[in-house]
Design a protein around this ligand. Sequence first.
Ligand SMILES: NC(=O)c1ccc[n+]([C@@H]2O[C@H](COP(=O)([O-])OP(=O)(O)OC[C@H]3O[C@@H](n4cnc5c(N)ncnc54)[C@H](OP(=O)(O)O)[C@@H]3O)[C@@H](O)[C@H]2O)c1
Length: 248
Amino acid sequence: MQTFFNNKTAIVTGASRGIGREIALKLGQLGASVVVNYVNNVQQADNVVAEITNMGGQAIAVKADMRRVNEIETLFENAIGKFGTLDILINNAGTVIYKKIEDVTEEEFDNIFACNVKGLFFACQLAAKKMAEGGKIINISSSVTKVMMPTYGAYAETKGAVEQITKVLAKELGHKRIAVNTISPGPVDTELFRQGKSDEQIQSLADMAAFGRIGTPRDIADAVAILVSGEAGWISGQNLCANGGFIA
Ligand SMILES: NC(=O)c1ccc[n+]([C@@H]2O[C@H](COP(=O)([O-])OP(=O)(O)OC[C@H]3O[C@@H](n4cnc5c(N)ncnc54)[C@H](OP(=O)(O)O)[C@@H]3O)[C@@H](O)[C@H]2O)c1
């Protein structure tokens, strides 16, 4: 384990599985105390905590449904109550529906916006109030805001909102030297991505990347490590498209 982030605390939302899990492990490896958020999968969240503590790091799992503001408040209270500070927020929790716009129901629309936009917005709001000077916020968007794919309408709309929140918040938090950035992954091999896709569809998406493969959660965790590093201190309000050349 490295010591770069000793005495720094990170909240990673949706860290029980997929991309969030690898981000939590990466930040733990770099020495941060990590708050592993989840909503359903307590066992998987506990496994992430165990992996970090087995490396000699510190971590706790906190259940909070990012669709509910009072639960987001509890998440932040737990983080700061346990570790005393908040320095890094990775807004990663997200959900998807693959449906043509004409087929999306009101309930599906409200649910995806509640998780991907409302939750992220209010987590940003709490970070604006509680994060230490010089902190880092990273909001996870998606390359689907740049490549127009049928059935991704509702999902792409939520991620467009995420990118706008980043840009405005970066201006609002500059006086505290808090950097706010977006990372936009391309296709990444997780449950969310594989849902409802055939092997042929996955291969054709892999072929769209310059590197000829879909991404791994580790690829995205490595991009996070770059943006939270000291060397990225002058980068704020930007969108890092970590997608293996999938789309420019
Ligand atoms: N995979 C891709 O190809 C891809 C591409 C671009 C962007 N992204 C974005 O990357 C992020 C992570 O995606 P992923 O592929 O890693 O997804 P995933 O494997 O489905 O994992 C989703 C994570 O989010 C958590 N979560 C879901 N709803 C939540 C809620 N209401 N409150 C709190 N946590 C919640 C889940 O917790 P539980 O385990 O407790 O359910 C889980 O930890 C998302 O924002 C997604 O839009 C993914």
